[in-house]
Design a protein around this ligand. Structure first.
Ligand SMILES: Nc1ncnc2c1ncn2[C@@H]1O[C@H](COP(=O)(O)OP(=O)(O)OP(=O)(O)O)[C@@H](O)[C@H]1O
Ligand SMILES: [Mg+2]
Length: 421
């Protein structure tokens, strides 16, 4: 199948030599059983490559499964991938097959492979080298025939140097590396992508498609697109939905582009009210204040989690109840607050001016209000995560840093709240 037909079939837009090269490598390697490592920055379009490789392989009628290694808690990833025996750990009430067993004959796409824990990496290396695996808690060696495609937006080689990724696995996986180029390195694809996205959105929202004038075209191409195609798609959607004038000038285009890319001390969102005509410094000051409040909020949540951890450990050691899951993996904000939990004060600005005070043994707060407040806090949490992701153009690592949570927790939150990036 030639590159153009692949693009048509998988909805891939672009005609730059670097993209075409990546696509033709994918086509060539598809029909072999070699492992493939798809590398590229966040948002460049790595996911479609795994579909292409499977769909053009001899395994196309067999199962294909995509597993996001960053989204599965560290404690369960071995069992998810390789299965477990009954009683092999607390909660393993039944034995269970893992993906390497159920997908026998097919393809497994291991997305975000850089997040895979070292122990799981050892099991993966074994299955890649010998086709053998062992369920957690078993001693029986089993055979499987699974093709592995992996993807990462990390520098895996750097990970091998700092001990986070096994070097032998890295070389085993990257038998055929495919590098999906960043958008700024294939500028000729930018106008094509924008045109396609804006016409798709115009159709979806039943409006007229936006048109960029020469200046706007220039700004579109010159913007560095740190969030790559994902960011371009988001901006195309915003412009399509929010522009009343469908003729876009450079000025109006720039209004949709983040202006202060480089500053780390920026707020997660623009001012809630329309920016006043006042001096720039006012806007900056209020943004910085908001930023500090966000930080305060997340620090508070971290403290709360630490206190919960201590409490769980204490209760656990005294033979009390067993927590349903480790606190590190638990929600940043619990679904309900109970009397065991430490008081938490949420800054007023997070609740439209009304302070939220949750205190143990506070009988003024009845159960109903308690739950409502909790739900509202969960909403707030989702809101912050969406904003942080937006601010960092979908770069989860940076968003997680900003929020003061681990990337793994962020992945889980994205899934839990159904956040569309
Ligand atoms: N060449 C392309 N043509 C059309 N759409 C594209 C293209 N490349 C990417 N996209 C779209 O951009 C979005 C982001 O792509 P994708 O999810 O594959 O990114 P990714 O490289 O896997 O990023 P991450 O590392 O963050 O997971 C998707 O909606 C995808 O459909
Ligand atoms: Mg991806």
């Amino acid at each position: 199948m030639d590159v153009q037909s692949i693009k048509n079939r998988f909805g891939i837009i672009g005609n730059s030599p670097a993209l075409n090269h990546a696509l033709s490598t994918a086509t060539q390697v598809a029909n072999t059983d070699l492992s493939v490592l798809i590398a590229g920055e966040s948002g460049v379009g790595k996911e479609a490559f795994s579909n292409i490789i499977h769909a053009l392989s001899a395994r196309k009628h067999n199962p294909f499964i995509a597993v996001n290694c960053g989204a599965i808690p560290e404690g369960t990833i071995d069992s998810e991938l390789f299965g477990h025996e009954k009683g092999s750990f607390t909660g393993a009430v039944d034995s269970r097959k893992g993906y390497f067993e159920t997908v026998n004959g097919g393809t497994i796409f291991l997305d975000e492979i850089g997040e895979m824990p070292l122990g799981t990496q050892a099991r993966l290396l074994r299955v890649l080298e010998t086709g053998e695996f062992i369920r957690v808690g078993s001693s029986k060696v089993q055979k499987t025939d699974v093709r592995v495609i992996a993807a990462t937006n990390r520098d895996l080689l750097e990970h091998t140097q700092n001990g986070k990724f096994r070097e032998d696995l890295y070389y085993r996986l990257s038998t055929v590396p495919i590098r999906v180029p960043a958008l700024r390195d294939r500028k000729e694809d930018i106008p094509l992508l924008f045109r396609k996205f804006s016409s798709d959105f115009a159709e979806r929202y039943k409006t007229q498609s936006v048109q960029l004038d020469a200046g706007a075209q220039q700004s579109l191409v010159n913007y560095p697109w740190p969030g790559n195609v994902r960011e371009l798609k988001n901006i195309a959607e915003q412009i399509s939905v929010l522009s009343t004038d469908k003729n876009i000038t450079s000025e109006s285009f720039k209004a949709f582009i983040p202006q202060r890319e480089t500053s780390r001390s920026l707020a997660l969102m623009p001012p809630a009210t329309a920016p006043s005509a006042g001096p720039q410094s006012n806007e900056y000051t209020s943004n910085t204040e908001r930023d500090i409040l966000y930080k305060l909020f997340f620090d508070l949540k971290k403290d709360m989690n630490e206190m919960k951890q201590m409490l769980f450990e204490l209760v656990h050691h005294q033979g009390g109840f067993t927590p349903p899951q480790p606190v590190a993996e638990a929600a940043l904000l619990p679904a309900t607050y109970n009397n065991n939990e430490a008081p938490a004060v949420i800054p007023q600005s997070y609740n439209n001016g009304t302070p939220i005070l949750i205190q143990p043994n506070d009988h003024r707060v009845d159960h109903h209000e308690d739950v409502e407040e909790s739900l509202m806090l969960a909403d707030r949490e989702k809101e912050f995560i969406v904003k942080a992701l937006k601010k960092h153009k979908g770069r989860r690592r940076d968003a997680a840093n900003e929020l003061g949570i681990s990337e793994r927790t962020l992945y889980r939150k994205i899934k839990e709240y159904d956040i569309v990036e």
